[in-house]
Design a binder for this molecule. Sequence first.
Ligand SMILES: Cc1cc2nc3c(=O)[nH]c(=O)nc-3n(C[C@H](O)[C@H](O)[C@H](O)COP(=O)(O)OP(=O)(O)OC[C@H]3O[C@@H](n4cnc5c(N)ncnc54)[C@H](O)[C@@H]3O)c2cc1C
Ligand code: SF4
Length: 486
Amino acid sequence: MFGDQLGPHFLDGPDQPVLIVEARGVFARRRFHRAKAHLVLSAMRHRAAELGDQCVYVRGDTYGEALDGIREPVSVCHPTSHAALRFVQGRGDVEVAPVRGFATSTDEFDLWVRSRGRRRLLMEDFYRDTRRRLGVLMEGEEPAGGRWNYDADNREPPPRSATLGVAEPLWPTEDEIDEEVRHDLNRWEREGRVAFLGSDGPRRFAGTHREALATLDDFITDRLPAFGPHEDAMLSADPWMAHSLLSAPLNLGLLDPIEVIARAEDAYRGGRAPLGSVEGFIRQVIGWREFVWHLYWHLPRSYRARNELHATSPLPGWFADLDAESVDAACLSDALSGVRDHGWVHHIPRLMVLGNYALQRGWDPAEVTDWFHRAFVDGYDWVMVPNVIGMSQFADGGVMATKPYAAGGAYIDRMSDFCSNCRYDPRKRVGQDACPFTAGYWAFLHRNRERLATNPRMGRPLSGIGRLGDLEAVIEQEADRGSAAP
Ligand SMILES: Cc1cc2nc3c(=O)[nH]c(=O)nc-3n(C[C@H](O)[C@H](O)[C@H](O)COP(=O)(O)OP(=O)(O)OC[C@H]3O[C@@H](n4cnc5c(N)ncnc54)[C@H](O)[C@@H]3O)c2cc1C
Ligand code: SF4
């Protein structure tokens, strides 16, 4: 099994012999977040320890080297990246079994795509059909509560309090395996074999099936009821809010998404969580997550190189290295420090702060994708390519999203408490205290006005450019800002 296929549902039976390869070369080739390296190694070593004699655990430089030393026939569930699939298919001595760990199979997705004919592949339609097919949150043929979608109720700004007021998430307890991993990572760094980003520890994300179930339990009991209404809000003193922190264990293959949504639906049916929160959460897991997975395989391999907005600037060092201290913009500094300290921030800082800033500044989408992949504990090729190239950077010209997720400071001000503690003013676009997001938004629209002109959802924003009396000053100011930390 690969390091993201670690749950019990990847095995055929309790006695199946298992090969796990710890390929260190992966960490030497790219600069990953240290907490991510820790989590992945910890999860793999924990799985090997659970399996005991049933598992052969090979530590080496590459998968190829490790497989060369194995005499028995080897099979593996369909890997999660094009590169890994090419590798196992290219060897000739590895049997590739069908995908596991997703609620919609490849055949079911293909059938759905065919049923669309020439219609656009819309997440909302995929999600509704998945709910019908799996009978999730359904009352006969109708959605529970009479509505498919509670997004409109789930976009509330944050409460006026400093935190959401839900219990802090349950954190895993580190053990001797974590200690050994930390010791090895220190040694590899000392020997100059690897270099990491960010800080490591304490481990925040579940690394075993048991820990993942405990995280799920904790979320369903204490946090799911509050998940919906403030799903899109950000609070500087509450990075976790009511989010589940399940992306890392789900992407390590430790949890089956079907068991995750069954627990959420049970909470609704048992009157322990409101429908809006439960629907919002289930939409993320069997809607967005599965849609992204299938698009990764469905779209051509060239998708990852798309760059419809011709964005070619390199990532500046302060961003690439997570140097939050050098950034005055309160929202951006907070998001970068979250990534630095945990390798995680929730969806809205990813999309509307980090991604939005990169989009506004015209940073190369492939570089942005690589950065997200390396810097986030839950980052894998399949999930990053559609989310960053498509959703966040609009580099696909509108396959994933109908319009670019570009927004000025007014959005961030409405959805967070950052602006009141920032040296910039979200209403200003010119001057010493001009908000870099507000000014950057107009500079972005102006730069891309011709490319976005045919997008029906961009008509109104683009027409706003003509009404700006200070457009030239905004553009000059933002050109001067260049790649400097705002
Ligand atoms: C630019 C950008 C990059 C992202 N990169 C990743 C990534 O590398 N890995 C990743 O798992 N998610 C990614 N996401 C999606 C989402 O932001 C994270 O899944 C979520 O923030 C993880 O925190 P959580 O588990 O507390 O999620 P919750 O808010 O509790 O949501 C529940 C679950 O829904 C799933 N989910 C929700 N949205 C998405 C989505 N768009 N794509 C895939 N799964 C989704 C996740 O499994 C998540 O655990 C990205 C989003 C953006 C905008
Ligand atoms: S004023 Fe602008 S830079 Fe400062 S926190 Fe608000 S949106 Fe971010």
